[in-house]
Design a protein around this ligand. Structure first.
Ligand SMILES: [Ca+2]
Ligand SMILES: [Ca+2]
Length: 315
């Protein structure tokens, strides 16, 4: 018998041993549950009822998101004179449902600067980086933060002059690596070099992360973000621009170009958009004593269909 043959019975015996231990553990756990049910039937019943209530609140939250999809669909089909987000978020407050209520808040998701735009196909996009630096400057934040975000997102490990790649993050306690992929949540900024909590607090109302390159919609962006899109634009210019569009929305890129101040001399068609395909929906679902908070990102696709849910999460 060679070494390999000699090993087989031992391995089989080892598996049997593991199976025995597993079986004993399963029986022990089952016996523990049975004993708990016998000793605490009322408590078990309350816990089961609690889970059922929470599940119902969750189902209602998901139904509310579907309601939001329908509203976005109807709105973007042109049944309304203005798009969601152009006059602020659309709110449906405490709509009653059986044994509970739900609250819905719908908004345009492209009225903020999309941090993921700064990297195109894994490589940095200088024009978008400059736009973000202008936004940081307007908010009186260090412009170097743009370089660290770009390194966090780009797919290489080559550090930008003021950036940081895994070499830096691996020196932290606890160590971790640069994501080297698109950001999935704005909360990731807390892991990026240089982002103090107060910086994130200042920046958060003006930035977002969308799952693809998605331009800022100038019909919904606030003045600091509008200013960041156009080199040479002052904050006062941007505030005038926002006042103007509140009276009449911009329906074409050309109509925006015609309304820009003379100080803005260079504009490309893919610097901004006048229509959005991403919308956010926030839901609060209450059923009996359970409350679920959820949010979802909706993306328009086929205009005849409801938007798809890009992601859904409870918060
Ligand atoms: Ca990188
Ligand atoms: Ca890099």
């Amino acid at each position: 018998m060679n070494t390999r043959d000699r090993g087989k019975p031992l391995q089989t015996g080892g598996r049997r041993g593991i199976a025995m231990v597993t079986a004993v553990m399963v029986v022990s756990v089952a016996a523990g549950i049975a004993a708990y049910l016998i000793v605490n039937p009322e408590r078990w019943g309350r816990q089961a009822a609690n889970l059922a209530v929470i599940a119902q609140a969750e189902v209602t939250a998901r139904a509310a998101v579907d309601w939001g999809r329908q509203i976005v669909h109807d709105n973007t089909m042109g049944f309304s004179s203005s798009r969601i987000g152009e006059n602020g978020p659309v709110a449906i407050d405490t709509f009653p449902v059986d044994d509970g209520s739900l609250t819905l808040l719908l908004d345009d998701a492209q009225g903020k600067f999309n941090l993921n735009n700064m990297v195109k196909q894994g490589k940095k996009s200088d024009r978008d980086i400059l736009a973000f630096k202008r936004l940081l400057a307007t908010l009186v934040l260090p412009t170097d933060l743009a370089d660290t975000v770009v390194d966090w997102i780009d797919d290489d490990e080559q550090k930008n002059p003021n950036g940081a790649e895994s070499e830096y993050y691996l020196g932290l306690k606890p160590p971790y690596r640069a994501a080297n992929r698109q950001m999935g949540d704005i909360g990731e900024l807390a892991a990026v070099k240089g982002f103090k909590p107060e910086y994130i607090k200042t920046l958060a109302p003006h930035v977002t992360v969308l799952p693809e390159r998605a331009l800022v919609n100038v019909n919904t962006a606030e003045a600091p973000v509008v200013k960041s899109l156009f080199k040479g634009m002052t904050l006062s210019d941007a505030e005038n621009f926002v006042s103007l569009r509140k009276a009449v929305r911009f329906s074409t890129i050309a109509s925006v170009r015609g309304r820009l101040p003379r100080s803005v001399t260079e504009v490309l068609d893919d610097d901004f958009t006048v229509d959005s395909k991403y919308f956010s929906v926030k839901v609060v679902s209450t059923f009996k004593h359970a409350k679920i908070r959820a949010e979802a990102l909706l993306r328009l696709g086929d205009k005849n269909l409801w938007p798809i849910v890009a992601w859904y999460r409870t918060t």
